[in-house]
Design a protein around this ligand. Structure first.
Ligand SMILES: [Fe+2]
Length: 332
């Protein structure tokens, strides 16, 4: 860590910085994602099909990974076929949970989850909204069985209205079982990301007699649903046997308060087998959050080193200071 400052200077000297907005546009073009970006801009969400979103049977491997994690944590392996393990799943706060069992902090659960986080398609879509300095706010799985409870509309932008034009958070969700209304799919209000506020006065209700503009997403397993941080979303109850399993990854700009606290909690071997961007995503480029003077110095050194290495890895597209985004919101 002692040479962190030196690394910063070295990178700044040697690299001709790439314009961040140009870099992400190139990446979107390279991956053939422009039509999904257009839909995202227009509706506030988009669905990428399995052939784009789930290379090398990623979704199948993620599903096995989720079942393993659930079994490890609770002793109960979810039964995907009949869903008996999760029918009417009770919330820890009482009553039936609208999302079922929640398995948190999947970043720490092994290589398949790291691969899913580093999926270039996921990163291109979300970087388009949040810039190169974005971090993971939360990385969870939801395992939902048959039930009666819908998840009402809300936005993940936890600020008083009016909200800024740009996204502060966004979501990329791996769909691991087929989605339709009967199966308990996600619901959206198309275009709601342009309203700059959350739902009020009954607009939040999902289901019978609820918001008339609600739509259910139909998507085969292996799809990736990406939505803007201001888009109103919820979920229908599952009316069929079996399980709905999804991995929502919430991303945030680096100055937002994240759900997960990852710096210093990711094993070194996990960091070592991934690119520097993984460290940035897992909050190792953020020095704030220290708990002592020594911790402040340590976090500062880690952040300096991480950002310097990331700057080199990305050929200068990210800024060295993630808070410095004044000229362009894709910066950072
Ligand atoms: Fe949400």
């Amino acid at each position: 860590m002692s040479n962190a400052k030196h690394s910063v200077d070295l990178a700044a000297d040697e690299i001709q910085p790439t314009e961040p907005s140009e870099a992400i546009q190139k990446e979107i073009h390279r991956l053939g994602l422009q039509s999904y970006i257009d839909e995202l801009d227009e509706k506030g969400f988009t669905v990428l099909p399995p052939e784009i979103a789930s290379p090398n049977h990623l979704a199948d491997r993620l599903l096995e990974g989720v079942l393993d994690v659930a079994e490890k944590r609770s002793g109960v392996r979810p039964n995907v076929d009949d869903g008996a393990t999760h029918a009417g799943f009770e919330s820890k706060y009482g009553g039936e949970s609208p999302w079922g069992e929640m398995l948190r902090i999947l970043t720490l659960e092994g290589p398949v989850f790291e691969e899913a986080l580093m999926n270039p398609v996921l990163l291109a879509m979300t970087t388009y909204m949040l810039g190169y300095s974005m971090v993971v706010s939360s990385y969870s799985a939801l395992v939902k069985g048959k039930g009666d409870t819908c998840f009402n509309f809300h936005s993940d932008t936890l600020l008083p209205a009016p909200w800024p034009d740009h996204a502060l958070v966004c979501n990329g969700s791996y769909v691991l079982t087929d989605y339709n209304r009967e199966n308990g799919s996600i619901a959206f209000v198309p275009g709601s990301h342009k309203l700059g506020r959350g739902p009020v006065n009954g607009e939040e209700v999902v289901g019978e007699g609820g918001n008339p503009d609600a739509i259910a997403v139909e998507a085969p397993r292996g799809s990736l649903i990406v939505w803007h941080g201001k888009t109103w979303h919820g979920a229908y109850n599952r009316q069929t046997e079996g399980l709905r399993i999804v991995i929502p990854i919430l991303f945030a700009r680096p100055y937002m308060r994240t759900e997960e606290d990852l710096m210093g909690h990711v094993p070194q071997e996990t960091l070592d087998r991934n690119p520097w961007r993984f460290r940035v995503l897992t909050q190792h480029g953020i020095s704030y959050g220290w708990s002592s003077n020594d911790d402040a110095l340590q976090r500062g050194a880690t952040a300096d080193e991480t950002l310097a290495q990331y700057y080199e890895e990305m050929n200068g597209a990210p800024k060295l200071n993630p808070m410095d985004y004044a000229s362009d919101l894709i910066n950072g």
